[in-house]
Design a protein around this ligand. Structure first.
Ligand code: OAD
Length: 266
């Protein structure tokens, strides 16, 4: 077992994290937009590059916005579908998929559960199974009226366009909507309970790339700590979560996770 110092951590903190991670049989990784940033998917709230610096979120991510102007909202989501299709999982996504395969020291299987707020499919494309997509999935389109899933083709603009008509439901003819959770909507049925159960049943919770501002997802690290579970944050910036974690690791997802997993593999 080598004594690697993880990039961005003091040697003592690095040793502590590696000790917890090596001993952890059940790990839950909570991911947010920062997880996909190094793949080229802009985060929501970071100055300059955040998607919502250019668009007012209240115009796009609420049921009211959809009611008011479906073509405007659909155009934005259709553009994001194209954006996500055009990028690849980054080294952080790939490292998480590898971590699940690193045997626990006694030779038994490690359980690595991923709970994400992201609506992209980059974890899955990296080879991971996602336990819960708390905010839905970009491509899980459904009818706004009868809720039938829609798996037909959609027009994906190469550049953001201002208006695009949503497809119509084959069953009832009403508009098809994105499969994401908008502000004020319920999370997908059961998703939060599954996530909370995973957190309670963990030896380590790693929080990667989220600003910790959107509830109920943002409450999961506190639930973990309340249960005595070690919580580590991986984020290049200080966040709402930072004060209440055991280790705040100032590093990016693609910079930190491969180093961590490589250390666990040795
Ligand atoms: P935010 O955009 O609020 O926060 C992204 C976080 O990622 C910030 O804390 C950044 O510091 C961090 N970050 C940036 N680059 C990173 C990198 N390379 N590696 C690791 N971290 C990095 O995104 P979320 O917290 O995911 O919900 O936002 C939560 C929810 O707000 C989203 O799921 C979305 C939005 O409203 C819905 O659409 C319902």
């Amino acid at each position: 077992m080598t004594d690697t110092t993880l990039p961005g951590l003091e040697p003592a903190q690095s040793r502590r994290l590696l000790e917890v991670a090596r001993a952890a049989r059940r790990v839950t990784v909570l991911t947010g937009a920062g997880m996909s940033a190094e793949s080229g998917v802009p985060t929501f709230r970071v100055a300059q590059s955040g998607l919502w610096e250019r668009f007012d979120p209240t115009m796009l991510a609420t049921p009211e916005a959809w009611e008011a102007d479906r073509e405007f909202v659909w155009a934005w989501y259709a553009w994001r579908v194209g954006l996500v299709r055009g990028v690849e999982p980054n080294a952080g996504h790939l490292a998480l998929a590898r971590w699940a395969e690193v045997p626990w020291p006694d030779g038994g299987r490690r359980q690595l559960r991923i709970v994400t707020q992201n609506v992209d499919d980059l974890h899955e494309r990296a080879g991971s199974q996602v336990l819960a997509h708390l905010h839905g999935s970009l491509t899980a389109f459904r009818c706004e009226a009868c809720e039938s899933p829609y798996d037909g083709a959609i027009d994906v603009p190469a550049e953001p366009v201002e208006r695009l008509p949503p497809p119509r439901c084959a069953s009832c003819g009403e508009a098809v909507r994105p499969g994401v959770v908008w502000f004020g909507e319920m999370l997908p049925e059961g998703a939060f309970d599954v996530a909370a159960d995973a957190v309670f049943d963990s030896d380590l919770v790693l929080v990667v790339g989220t600003s910790g501002l959107v509830y109920p997802a943002a409450g999961l690290p506190d639930l973990a700590r309340g249960h005595g579970v070690a919580v580590v944050e991986l984020n290049p910036e200080r966040t709402e979560v930072s004060e209440r974690v055991d280790i705040a690791w100032r590093q990016t997802a693609a910079g930190g996770l491969p180093a961590l997993v490589a250390a666990l593999e040795t």
